[in-house]
Design a protein around this ligand. Structure first.
Ligand SMILES: Cc1cc2nc3c(=O)[nH]c(=O)nc-3n(C[C@H](O)[C@H](O)[C@H](O)COP(=O)(O)O)c2cc1C
Length: 195
């Protein structure tokens, strides 16, 4: 396809769940670069009524290990402990995506007719930020996967990482890829045009 959208579509297509990681960054990439990417994406991701309730923090080093160790210890079933253990020991860091529900409540008070829709709207916007970040990090040579151990993660976040009324939505765990992701299959799913 020759269009200005091609590089964007290629970036979307090359984003994958990469679980085989080691706790390093690619050559020439620093934590500051990851921070700049996340910061920019949080700023540029649209939100309902421009409410700008997306929040994120990046965990590396001890704070990353502490969170995933906590998740590992909290999970009751042996079978499900493997993932937090690999997050703790094989990934470099975690982007924790949150939503400021003080803002969600303000929206609900301002626009009561949409009150029940706002939790979905803010989750959509958080999801958009999550997937943009996932794609952008893979463009700079990182691998990542998305996790949802939000309640356990909340309990172990460092002091000052989360404010009153914020809710953790997802965790993007990242590091240096050590193997290609598994083959992916796609269904036939045509988008029809009606005129
Ligand atoms: C909204 C959403 C939630 C997901 N939750 C998880 C999760 O909790 N744990 C996990 O390992 N992968 C999770 N994934 C990853 C999907 O399983 C994965 O994106 C899908 O199988 C397609 O594979 P790909 O990411 O390699 O394209 C999630 C993906 C999305 C979009």
């Amino acid at each position: 396809m020759s269009s200005k959208a091609a590089p964007f579509l290629e970036a979307l297509a090359s984003r994958r769940s990469v679980y085989a990681l080691k706790p390093e960054l690619p050559a020439g990439i620093a934590t500051k670069d990851v921070q700049n990417i996340v910061q920019q994406i949080i700023k540029d991701t649209p939100t309902c009524f421009n409410s700008q309730g997306n929040r994120a923090v990046i965990l590396t080093g001890e704070s990353h290990k502490k969170v995933w160790d906590h998740v590992y210890n909290k999970i009751p079933l042996e079978n499900f402990k493997k993932r937090p253990l690999s997050c703790r020991d094989e990934a470099f860091g975690t982007v924790v995506f949150m939503v400021d529900n003080v803002k969600t409540k303000e929206l609900q008070d301002m626009f009561p007719a949409w009150s029940s829709a706002f939790p979905d709207f803010v989750a959509h916007s958080s999801g958009a930020a999550q997937i943009s970040t996932w794609s952008a990090l893979e463009l700079v040579g990182l691998g990542g996967h998305l996790q949802h151990f939000s309640d356990f993660v909340s309990e172990a976040l460092p002091q000052g990482a989360i404010e009153e009324g914020w809710k953790v939505h997802a965790q993007l765990v990242f590091g240096l890829p050590t193997a290609a992701p598994a083959e992916k299959t796609y269904i036939e799913n045509d988008v029809k045009v009606f005129e």
